[in-house]
Design a binder for this molecule. Sequence first.
Ligand SMILES: NC(=O)c1ccc[n+]([C@@H]2O[C@H](COP(=O)([O-])OP(=O)(O)OC[C@H]3O[C@@H](n4cnc5c(N)ncnc54)[C@H](OP(=O)(O)O)[C@@H]3O)[C@@H](O)[C@H]2O)c1
Length: 270
Amino acid sequence: MKYETLYDDTPIPVLGLGTWRMGGGMEADRSQDEKYTRAIRAAIEMGYTHIDTAEMYGGGHTEEVIGRVIKDIDREQLFITTKVWSSNLRYRSVLKAMESSLRHLGTDYVDLYLIHWPNPSIPLEDTFKALNELVASGKTRRVGVSHFDLKDLQRAQSLSATPIATNQVRYSLLSREPARNGVLKYCQDNNIILTAYSPLKEGVLSIRKLKELAQKYKASPAQIALSWLLSKPKVISIPMSTNIDHLKSNLDAVELELSADDIETLNRLI
Ligand SMILES: NC(=O)c1ccc[n+]([C@@H]2O[C@H](COP(=O)([O-])OP(=O)(O)OC[C@H]3O[C@@H](n4cnc5c(N)ncnc54)[C@H](OP(=O)(O)O)[C@@H]3O)[C@@H](O)[C@H]2O)c1
């Protein structure tokens, strides 16, 4: 595994495990719990330590599935990120949401707690009053945001008692918005990790150039797509997979180093 460094010098794995849809969409679906439990356990056994989830995933059930797997694992070996949903951003709702996430996960703290989406109808001051308390009480070690544009990110920084650890945004070969709207550069310049979600979706894997490079590096298109993302300073990614071979191959992508020329070719691709 390779690591990026958080503002407090804690290492964070450059590749984490996404869990969206493991245990349902926005509501719980318990019918495939065994499959998801197996995938999460296998991921941890092969070396994943960062798990990304959210209270909204499976209506809380995804956190429960993760909780079942991690109960036998030394908590300090894991880095758990969860998120508070956008309708729960009032002071009391944030505190309540955290209690429910901790109960579902079966842990007494998370490593990183994110605002899942901004909600303009709830004052951000209210949300950060709660988030600052949660950091002070140790229920989360750090806070961060997701889907924040530059202006909202700077406001979050001004309201947070501790530095914003990450902004989690869609970023992939086919979704370059963070590179265009200044968010990527701002994160890199201000020691904020950019967590790239959905790194393999939207047809990324069918890009022809990826297939060519995959042959050249004796790798898979997914590995090239991940390696391109991870070549960027301050960028980490959290692909989701329930397939053991994919989990392993995504993890191995961390060791793949593309040449500067090939990175530049991919930069210019779209
Ligand atoms: N902050 C937010 O609002 C937000 C939004 C979306 C996602 N996220 C987070 O980011 C995570 C990742 O995003 P995502 O789940 O949307 O998309 P993703 O990780 O880009 O794509 C997941 C899909 O890719 C397939 N896949 C994974 N590895 C593969 C490989 N090596 N080769 C071929 N196919 C592969 C998976 O199928 P198999 O299971 O068959 O491998 C799955 O269908 C989520 O799970 C979630 O934790 C956050």
